[in-house]
Each structure stands twice: as C-alpha cells, then as structure tokens.
Design a protein around this ligand. Sequence first.
Ligand code: VGL
Ligand code: ZN
Length: 210
Amino acid sequence: MKTALLLIDLQNDFCPGGALAVAEGDDTIAIANLAIEVCRARNEVIVASQDWHPANHRSFAVNSHTEVGTLGQLKGLPQVWWPVHCVQETYGAELHVQLNRQHIAAVFRKGEDPDIDSYSAFFDNGHRAQTALHRWLQFQGITHLAIMGLATDYCVKYSVLDALNLGYHTQVIIDGCRGVNLQPLDSQHALTEMQHAGAQLVTLSQFIQQ
Ligand code: VGL
Ligand code: ZN
C-alpha cells in the first residue's frame, strides 16, 4: 500500500473574510500542517486541489442572473448558485497563507470550464472531463488516500465519493474538514454519505497513530 494526503481547496475564499467563507474554515489549516508533517515523516505524498474559476463562470449567481444560495440547473445538472469566488489569479483563489505549501508535491486545479461546476478534485460535476489527479496518483502507485479540507458538503464529499469509485482506499480526516451548511445538517449528512459509500472517518489523532 502507498498513501497520499489530499488537501481539498484550502483557499482564502473559503476562509473567514473570503468570498465563500466557511465557518471556522481557517481552523483546518493547523490540522493540515500537522497532517503534512506526519506524512513527511512517513515518506507519504502530499497533493492539493484548488478551485480555479474564470470570472465568467456560470456557477456564479451574478453570471446566471440568479440569487446566491438558491438552486437551479447548469448543463442539465442541479446547481447551487454561488457568490463569485476563487477567480483565477486573485488573492481569494490562493492557497491559505499559513498552509505549509513547501511539501505539496502537486496542485490540481479544477472548475476552469465556465459552463460546468467541478466540486470533485477528480472530475467535473457531469463526470465528463477529469483532472490529471487520478493519472498522477496511479503513476505514483498510490492505493490509499487520506482526504481533508473545504468544504465538507461539496468538494470534500464529491472528491471522496469519486476516490472510492476509482478504487482508492479512502480515509476522511474529519476534524480537518468544515462545511458550507446551507442547511444546518449538510456536513453531518455528507460525512454519513461518505461513510456509507465506504470511506473510513478518522480524526487527525487516529490518522497520526495508525
Ligand atoms: C466549493 C462551492 C463552490 C468547495 C467550491 O470547495 O467545496 N464549494 N466551489
Ligand atoms: Zn467553486
């Protein structure tokens, strides 16, 4: 077995003060830095995803003439309309300043096609196009993933479900995740869904001790 740590969307816009701020989103950064240290010590690979939208992305409510936080359709898929966030080359799209980026081997960008959203670090929401992540992990011989980051109920959830479908043994470091929670229980439901799909839910301290 060979393990990689996959850090999902630890970007300024998902942290307090950002355009799509997740409550306590920045609390994940210290957890990520500890997980990075542990993985380094074990010679495990560390990778990250980065939400990376063009300014004309149609998931932005303003570009689809809709209200933020409401539900519609994009390319025939259900779509939550988001505030403008993680626009390419802006501060909001950068990985969090306190994140120890030094040991991140590769960053996989997603959400670049303006006509479809892309929550998962592997595929767009229609499973039409994929990022280079799966091929990269395969090339490295990775069989096991530990996943954490933002947001539990969107990008973490869909990355975990895709990882499981692609055959990775998948752990979710739960204290390293925070959710949007448009509905108060969304993150809790998302974690249950990941667990039912076969993910192992662990705390950082369990991850460290294994
Ligand atoms: C995300 C909503 C829109 C996420 C990205 O990273 O969870 N959520 N874009
Ligand atoms: Zn996005």
